[in-house]
Design a protein around this ligand. Structure first.
Ligand SMILES: C[S@@+](CC[C@H](N)C(=O)[O-])C[C@H]1O[C@@H](n2cnc3c(N)ncnc32)[C@H](O)[C@@H]1O
Length: 418
């Protein structure tokens, strides 16, 4: 996914200074300079980054004990350092992922159309990661969010929730949203009892970042429950953003969720719900068709300096951040009205790159996914001015002419890159 340079560059020294001062004031680090101390990072942060990383990468079968991953904040002998590790490492990466999805909406021409001050909600908010990601996205790739608004944050861990309220209180104004506030709700959500009480209001923006995979229910149950909630609590012209790990099991679970959601939308004859991204239509999922396949995005960023040090010491490499995602819109407007970049190209002539591209001689080879599913394709650019001279995972190809079978297709024309 192409991210505006300004956003990819937004996590350098000034961000490090902001987060360093914040964790010091929170009593989680002895001083802002501690983030540059090899000794502090190695002793207080790395063991917990390693532990959380192993936990989040555990296979589905191992996660689905009676409590799933739920108690991990309480599992540590040093909960402060566990939170610090999450805050310094996983929070900024997930924040950047959410901001990148926002930038993708902006790139395809999406404009905010809901009325009144922003009313948004983040489920399983941890340290308000997703909410802060939208602030960063709107700052660097604006789609027209209002200057004033409120984020409801729902989280089962009280200490994380409170940390998130204070962090959002610092980060929102830093990104230019001094009139955004938060309302914390300390609760353990359960699908069975409905995600929100019936009396809860409607929200324009609904966010779940690395949360769905912590639920034990199957994709069909989750799809029914979320659609119930959206019918009741997602505002007209609102959107829901779901971000999940790029791992095969979790990614396939999200793809199955999409399939179930689409069938539930059809069964209920709802004309105002659309899966907007990453798929450019409501076709059957090209990746689900093969039991070994899945679908993910990847974004590149300039990591904060302290983050590079954590990567080095923990033997990790988060120069690029993979994830799977869905954006669902509630609107009677057509996909082309919502994403004007697509207008003028018939649905069968739109494709999205769902793999990296590599050169085979003068041709680029890659996988695309479109109305007729997923296919391996080749394209020979018409010189350096060609908008598709160097393709990347996530590129949207418009006005394409394509022939051949799913294993060997040839794209003879790409009119525009979305
Ligand atoms: C992997 S973290 C993601 C946090 C944050 N959204 C982010 O992207 O950084 C998942 C969060 O969901 C919370 N969570 C998991 N199950 C929950 C539930 N049933 N009710 C409320 N919060 C829950 C966890 O406590 C944890 O903070």
């Amino acid at each position: 996914m192409r991210v505006p340079a300004e956003l990819a560059n937004a996590f350098g020294a000034p961000f490090e200074e902001l987060i360093g001062r914040f964790v010091t004031e929170e009593g989680l680090a002895p001083s802002p300079e501690a983030l540059r101390s090899h000794r502090f990072i190695a002793r207080s942060v790395i063991p917990h980054v390693a532990k959380l990383s192993a936990l989040f990468n555990r296979r589905e079968a191992e996660k689905s004990g009676p409590q799933g991953l739920a108690p991990y904040w309480k599992e540590s002998s040093n909960p402060e350092n566990l939170r610090l590790a999450y805050f310094l490492y996983f929070m900024p990466s997930n924040l950047f992922r959410a901001a990148s999805i926002w930038a993708e909406l902006a790139r395809l021409g999406y404009r905010w159309a809901a009325r009144g001050p922003l009313s948004a909600i983040e489920f399983g908010s941890g340290p308000a990661t997703g909410a802060c990601g939208i602030a960063a996205g709107e700052r660097h790739a604006p789609i027209g969010l209002p200057a004033g608004g409120t984020w409801a944050l729902i989280e089962q861990d009280r200490a994380m929730l409170e940390l998130g309220v204070r962090w959002a209180g610092r980060y929102f104004p830093n990104q230019g949203f001094a009139e955004w506030g938060t309302r914390p709700f300390h609760r353990k959500l359960s699908l069975g009892s409905g995600l929100l009480p019936r009396s809860a209001p409607r929200f324009q923006l609904w966010l779940m970042s690395f949360f769905l995979n912590e639920l034990s229910e199957d994709p069909a149950e989750i799809a029914r429950a979320l659609l119930d909630s959206w019918e009741r609590h997602l505002e007209n012209e609102g959107i829901a953003i779901l971000i999940e790990p790029a791992l095969k099991v979790e990614s396939r679970k999200l793809l199955e969720f999409r399939a179930q959601l689409l069938s539930e939308i059809r069964r209920r004859k709802l004309e105002d719900f659309k899966v907007l991204l990453p798929c450019l239509g409501h076709q059957a999922c090209g990746a689900l068709a093969n039991a070994e396949d899945w679908c993910h995005e990847e974004v590149a960023w300039w990591r904060p300096p302290y983050f590079r040090e954590i990567d080095k010491l923990a033997n990790l490499d988060r120069k690029t951040l993979p994830f799977s995602y869905l954006v669902i819109a509630r609107s009677m407007r057509s996909r082309e009205e919502l994403l004007p970049a697509l207008a003028g190209t018939a649905p069968e002539n739109r494709q999205r790159l769902v793999s990296p591209a590599h050169f085979e001689g003068k041709e680029q080879e890659f996988f695309v996914c479109g109305q007729d599913g997923k296919r391996r394709a080749r394209y020979r650019a018409q010189g350096p001015e060609d908008p598709a001279a160097e393709l990347e995972r996530g590129d949207v190809l418009l006005e394409t002419e394509l022939r051949g079978d799913p294993n060997a297709s040839r794209i003879s024309r790409i009119g525009k890159r979305g």
